[in-house]
Design a protein around this ligand. Structure first.
Ligand code: ITT
Length: 203
């Protein structure tokens, strides 16, 4: 079992990684001293790499060897031209709460006058092994924005994101069902495949 240090301060992501990596060769762990870097606005991939590189550097300084995983994700809403996208965590400004972000998003969609409810969650992962190997993957899942919030599972925008094949929001699905189809679930499975195929043993 190899330790995989998670470059995130988001408890919802950590829970999902724990479930998604169960049964793999990786044991997901947090590093208490993780200081998150300032995120950019160019791309999910760049932000995921920024987070992974920052934690890899902090682990090196602490004399800890281990693989590192960075996640940058976001919600793209068609009626808003793909916003909030890479800026999803910053939507609504620094004092916003999750309830206020969700309310604001519904209000913005209503104000857009568009009847288009399509949306997409995107997840980029950046994997760094201390030996220097790097991999990045990006996956997404399509859905629609509900008329109101529904469900108490998950985190963030989940109560607004209706996964149409299930007819329920991500916050109404048990964690395992969300992970089977979500952007993060898909990205983790793609990454694990690529680690097996492309990297030398133990990288
Ligand atoms: P870290 O940077 O510490 O990982 P963060 O919350 O700042 O945590 P991001 O910069 O990747 O994460 O921002 C992604 C935003 O999109 C964030 O506000 C999440 O809550 C939201 N988001 C990402 N994945 C989600 C999911 O599976 N369900 C609901 N919301 C999600």
């Amino acid at each position: 079992m190899r330790k995989l240090y998670l470059a995130t301060r988001n408890a919802g992501k950590v829970r999902e990684f724990q479930q998604l990596l169960a049964g793999s060769n990786f044991e997901p762990v947090r590093f208490d001293g993780y200081a998150e870097p300032e995120e950019g606005s160019a791309s999910y991939a760049e932000n995921a790499a920024l987070k992974a590189r920052a934690l890899a550097e902090q682990l090196r300084t602490a004399g800890i060897a281990g693989a590192v995983l960075g996640d940058d994700s976001g919600l793209e809403v068609a009626a808003l031209g793909g916003r909030p996208g890479v800026l999803s965590a910053r939507y609504g400004g620094p004092s916003a709460t999750w309830a206020s972000r969700r309310t604001q998003l519904l209000a913005e969609i209503a104000a857009s006058g568009s009847a288009d409810r399509r949306a997409r969650f995107v997840c980029a992962l950046a994997y760094i092994y201390t030996g220097g190997s790097r991999l990045s993957v990006e996956e997404h899942v399509d859905g629609v924005i509900g008329e109101r919030v529904r469900g108490a599972e998950g985190f963030g925008y989940d109560p607004l994101f209706v996964y149409e094949p299930a007819g329920r929001t991500f916050a109404e699905l048990p964690e395992e069902e969300k992970n089977n189809v979500s952007h993060r679930g898909r990205a983790v499975r793609t990454l694990l495949e690529r680690i097996t195929i492309e990297l030398p043993r133990n990288a």
